[in-house]
Design a protein around this ligand. Structure first.
Ligand code: C6P
Length: 424
């Protein structure tokens, strides 16, 4: 990380949440934010889709390719040893980021989607039979629905769905009622990408464990905003994507308790996931390598390590405090606009705001905002069943990061007023 961001923190340390993080200094670390779109300064509010990357992450990837590009775990030569060390260092950084007990509990995958598919394929193949059940919630992303449907179809198992209330909170009593002796796995999102709802993962895990059911948590939208402690949550598996936590695309993480990972069969076969191969019998490698077949995305993994360093220097507590203040400011500002309806008003929320405008399609909202230089996501956000639950075809979604400002929220409000003027 540039010296700037670290200094920015200490400068405002004693002056409350907003001052603890000097946003203008932090923004200096993100070159992409400086540009104009349609002649207007970019306001990037699509962080839940993917976050922007600090210069240190971009440079870490570049340095790998310029200075020590090499395959890992294979060569005895110096470049390979350097690449292997940087790759394994990134694993340890993630271990500490998630407070996992051991580095071997961190498996590198392509992203949250692959992490969930890995569990569905490997854990599911071994543990799910006809008549068994997988329990999810009504606020899941397609990545935490479709892999289970594929598994259930193959095995003759059943997908059960815990409903959400009108605020967008999972109804805990209904969830508990759905847990039973046939449940083989609970898989829930930590934070909803549409509603921003923070699920009570600790309580969910306790309830599931009382029935001896393991829990997989989809942490794609939680890791950028909350301090995640997998040991405190006591979840069995946790999935996240690098590109949503200011790291590169094409890399992500599956955390799993060592016991569980060891008991799971491999996901894919190939190089690196074996300890010996003969035509008669193959012995698999130890975890985590058993799940890392083939040459991984080494550069992106090293970039992810740099992203973790960056976040650590900002401090997730500072990030959370600042984002909370920004979320409250934006929620109040948007709720005050006549014709705006918020979708997702949970009591525990991360900085994701979905809304609809009376009589105006979300895509029209997004198109006009784009002309104002404001990037939001519109559509079903890969959560079609949730759209159905709230009886909307689509929403516009503003998702905030620590480099966003109140001035940018004001620009969003002005943009929405313009949409109303054009379509009203
Ligand atoms: N949501 C969004 O705009 P990948 O694509 O594998 O990095 O992450 C998938 C995923 C899984 N779970 C949740 C809760 C998510 O939000 C996402 C990605 C993005 O909301 C892109 S669809």
């Amino acid at each position: 990380m540039k010296a700037g961001a670290a200094e920015a923190l200490s400068a405002g340390e004693h002056q409350g949440a907003e001052r603890a993080l000097d946003v203008e200094r932090v923004r200096e670390d993100f070159p992409i934010l400086k540009q104009k779109v349609h002649g207007k300064p970019l306001v990037y509010l699509d962080n839940a889709a993917t976050s922007q990357k600090p210069v240190t992450v971009i440079e870490a990837e570049e340095r790998f390719y310029r200075e020590y590009n090499s395959n890992i775990h294979r060569g005895v030569h110096q470049l390979s040893e350097r690449a292997t060390k940087a790759y394994e260092d990134a694993r340890v950084k993630i271990q500490h980021f998630l407070n996992a007990g051991e580095a071997r509990e961190i498996v590198f995958v392509r992203g949250t989607t692959e992490a969930i598919n890995l569990v569905a394929a490997a854990y599911g193949r071994k543990n799910v039979q006809a008549g068994d059940e997988i329990l999810i919630t009504a606020m899941e992303h397609h990545s935490n629905i479709v892999p289970w449907q594929i598994l259930c179809e193959e095995k003759g198992a059943r997908l059960r769905v815990a409903p959400v209330n009108d605020r967008g909170e999972m109804i805990f009593e209904e969830f508990e009622k759905l847990l039973n002796s046939r449940t083989r796995l609970v898989s829930v999102t930590h934070v909803s990408n549409v509603l921003g709802t923070i699920n009570p993962v600790r309580e969910i895990v306790e309830a599931a464990h009382r029935m001896n059911v393991p829990v997989l948590v989809d942490g794609a939208q939680a890791a950028p905003h909350l301090k995640v402690d997998v040991r405190e949550l006591d979840c069995d598996l946790y999935a996240m994507s690098s590109h949503k936590i200011f790291g590169p695309t094409g890399i992500g993480v599956l955390y799993g308790k060592a016991r569980l990972l060891e008991a799971m069969p491999p996901y894919q076969g190939g190089g690196d996931m074996i300890s010996s191969v003969s035509f008669e019998k193959t012995i698999y490698n130890v975890i985590p390598y058993k799940f890392e077949a083939g040459t991984p995305n080494i550069a992106a993994t090293i970039g992810l390590g740099a992203a973790i360093d960056y976040i650590n220097q900002l401090g997730l507590d500072n990030v959370a405090a600042y984002e909370h203040e920004l979320l409250e400011y934006a929620t109040e500002a948007l709720s005050g606009i006549p014709g705006v309806r918020m979708v997702g008003t949970a009591r525990q929320k991360a900085s994701v705001i979905s809304f609809v405008l009376d009589g105006i399609h979300a895509h029209d909202v997004g198109t006009v905002l784009d002309q104002e230089g404001i990037a939001v996501r519109t559509g079903h956000h890969c959560a079609q069943p949730l759209m159905e639950r709230f009886q909307v075809p689509a929403t516009a979604r503003a998702s905030l990061a620590f480099y966003n400002t109140k001035e940018e929220v004001d620009r969003l409000v002005a943009g929405i007023e313009k949409v109303k003027h054009i379509f009203g």
